[in-house]
Ligand binder design. Structure first.
Ligand code: CA
Length: 237
């Protein structure tokens, strides 16, 4: 996936290099931006000096352990959605972690797919901006930055994705070309005639033949995304 609109920043604090590497690789693959450190001290430093959307935190760390890190981060006013990696069957660890404000825990060894699913879940819980957007059978997931139509994956470029996300967040409202330009291009020198071009790219990908049109042209103004009666007359762009 091209990435001029990058995904959530995730800090991984894990002292086992193998686990750290495989978690980081998976995070990148799933569209997140991981940063990995090997000790609680470095983790606390990172959290205090940079902003992260989520934390994956090993409990058993040499020196400052995961619990101590959580405690100090909290005292320092840093709050970040957190998944703890705990030893299997360490019930006390889970209870302590949740008491300290962790959102979830995963006993080691764990499946990467489960870690990713839990990460997406805590990110959604913490931000209404990250909830799924749907219209008809079209679904956009702002966390994994994926789009499906009728359960089938639709591959979009980063720009097409941003354009669709903007339109889905404003469904039913006509967006002027100017408004779209400001949000999606953020470049005063971009030519406004790129918009119809991108709208057509997007239509070609999300409105397969025989499917109802979702993006409608509002002549002289811009575009609106909405479900309309299939029998209504459509003005073509
Ligand atoms: Ca460890």
């Amino acid at each position: 996936m091209s990435n001029d609109e990058p995904g959530a920043r995730v800090l991984v604090v894990e002292d086992e290099p193998k686990v750290a590497a495989f978690v980081s690789e998976a995070l990148s693959e799933f569209g997140f931006r991981p940063h990995s450190v090997a000790s609680g001290e470095e983790g606390l430093d990172e959290l205090s000096s940079n902003s992260y959307d989520a934390l994956i935190l090993d409990v058993m760390l040499p020196g400052m352990d995961g619990f101590e890190l959580l405690k100090r981060a909290k005292q320092g006013g840093v709050q970040v959605p957190t998944i703890l990696l705990t030893a299997r069957d360490a019930l006390d660890d889970r209870v302590t972690g949740l008491d300290l404000g962790a959102d979830d825990y995963l006993p080691k060894p764990f499946e990467l797919a489960e870690l990713m699913a839990r990460l997406r879940a805590i990110l959604r819980r913490h931000s209404s901006n990250l909830k799924w957007l749907t219209i008809g059978d079209l679904t956009l997931d702002p966390v994994s930055r994926t789009v499906t139509r009728n359960h089938k994956r639709v591959d979009l470029t980063a720009r097409e994705f941003s354009l669709l996300e903007l339109m889905m967040r404003n469904r039913g409202r006509t967006m002027s070309r100017n408004e779209i330009m400001q949000v999606v291009w953020d470049d005063p020198h971009a030519a406004s005639n790129v918009i119809p071009v991108y709208i057509n790219y997007l239509r070609a990908k999300i409105e397969g033949s025989g499917k109802p049109r979702l993006i409608h042209t509002v002549r002289g103004i811009g575009y609106v995304l909405e479900l309309r009666d299939a029998h209504a007359t459509e003005s073509q762009a």
